[in-house]
Design a protein around this ligand. Structure first.
Ligand code: SAH
Length: 353
């Protein structure tokens, strides 16, 4: 099961250690790292200023592989591009590129599937396969920029999977992403979304990386939240809020709360009131999302009810907005394409319906 490490998954610190263990000159580590994350070459043979013998050694000690787009869907209306990537072991994940006024934002997956079991989420219904390696999270950035010719200016960890359930690999990804000798993106331009793994929120606060933390809340009541999100049975809302306050105290970063509005489930005036009092005194922003339909559930909501709910929250003093709906014509909600693709291949069919 243990596969040889992909060289693109090493942080600069790890690469330095490895280079020094070989007795090579220390500057080789930065040179190699730049080939990987700045020039983004596709093979050891392209590292032209690295001595042949060292390249040979690298190719014995590490693999150097790339995820490949299996399907690319482009929205005709708003510039959204959704890519189904095939990993080298045949698993699939999804990545979505979205166009905003402030630049292009990339939504990346952190796991192949998800264990968290949220009732409304397509990613979890298709089941959990495995964690992504740092290079597979980075690969979504590199390959999407390559495939589309567009430049990504911000990243959200909101695709398939629970980022804090793959903590170490996600932190390595963030380290390489933000390293000036690596992909060199400031973590001010990165948001991480979690269903609320409280212990890991404390760990993340300790690291004080400067990213934005998004909490998928979806209800201010424990009983309803536990019904929608089984993780709430492990960490209830009180514990989650305590961790959020700690995160704010340690990092000074305002927290964003995601609220997928579902008709008849979490959209009443009492929900709005309870949500406001829950977040009172905490520097927070609420993001209302009309729930995306998935075929297994009868959950519904529309833009106008999201707007009314948002207005209600604002009238109660909350800071709330409705998330723009992007890529509606290509089903841009994460998890749906992967599931469709895998179902079709299991049934022996091809991907065209
Ligand atoms: N596991 C992480 C990140 C992935 S999900 C998390 O739970 O935050 C990214 C966001 O999409 C979460 O806020 C999630 O609750 C939301 N989401 C999932 N399925 C959805 C759906 N059908 N409609 C609206 N939002 C959905």
């Amino acid at each position: 099961m243990s596969r040889i490490t992909d060289i693109q998954s090493l942080t600069l610190g790890q690469l330095r250690e490895y280079i020094s263990s070989l007795g090579e000159k220390p500057f080789r580590a930065v040179q190699i790292y730049k080939w990987l994350h700045q020039k983004r070459v596709e093979g050891f043979d392209k590292m032209s200023d690295i001595p042949f013998s060292l390249r040979e050694r690298l190719s014995k000690d590490f693999c150097f592989e790339h995820i490949r787009p299996a399907r690319i869907l482009k929205s005709k209306s708003d510039g959204t591009v959704k890519i189904l990537y095939e990993l080298t072991d045949g698993n699939h994940i999804e990545t979505v590129l979205m166009k905003y006024d402030h630049g292009d934002s990339l939504c990346v997956s952190t796991q192949a599937g998800c264990k968290m079991g949220c009732r409304f989420c397509a990613s979890t219904i298709a089941g959990f396969k495995r964690n992504l390696e740092p290079c597979e999270i980075l690969g979504q950035l590199y390959e999407t920029e390559r495939a589309t010719g567009r430049k990504v200016s911000s990243i959200v960890l909101m695709g398939i999977g629970e980022p804090l359930d793959n903590f170490d690999n996600v932190v390595k990804f963030l380290t390489i992403l933000s390293s000036p000798e690596g992909a060199n993106m400031s973590l001010r331009h990165v948001s991480l979304s979690t269903c609320g793994l409280v212990d890991r929120i404390y760990d993340l606060a300790e690291l004080d990386l400067g990213l934005t933390l998004s909490i998928s809340l979806h209800s201010p009541y424990d009983d309803k939240r536990s019904e929608l999100m089984p993780v709430n049975r492990r960490y209830n809302i009180g514990e989650l809020m305590k961790a959020c306050r700690d995160y704010f105290d340690k990092t000074g970063r305002r927290i964003s709360f995601e609220y997928a509005l579902i008709e008849g489930e979490n959209d009443s005036e009492a929900d709005a009131r309870a949500l406001c009092s829950l977040l009172k005194g905490m520097p927070a922003h609420i993001n209302i999302i009309p729930v995306n339909k998935i075929k297994e559930r009868n959950y519904r909501s529309d833009r106008s009810s999201a707007q009314s709910f948002c207005k209600l929250l604002c009238s109660m003093g909350a800071n709330a907005t409705v998330r723009r709906t992007l890529g509606a014509d290509i089903d841009a909600a994460c998890g749906q394409l992967r599931r469709e693709y895998e179902e079709n291949s299991i049934n022996g069919g091809n991907e065209s319906k």
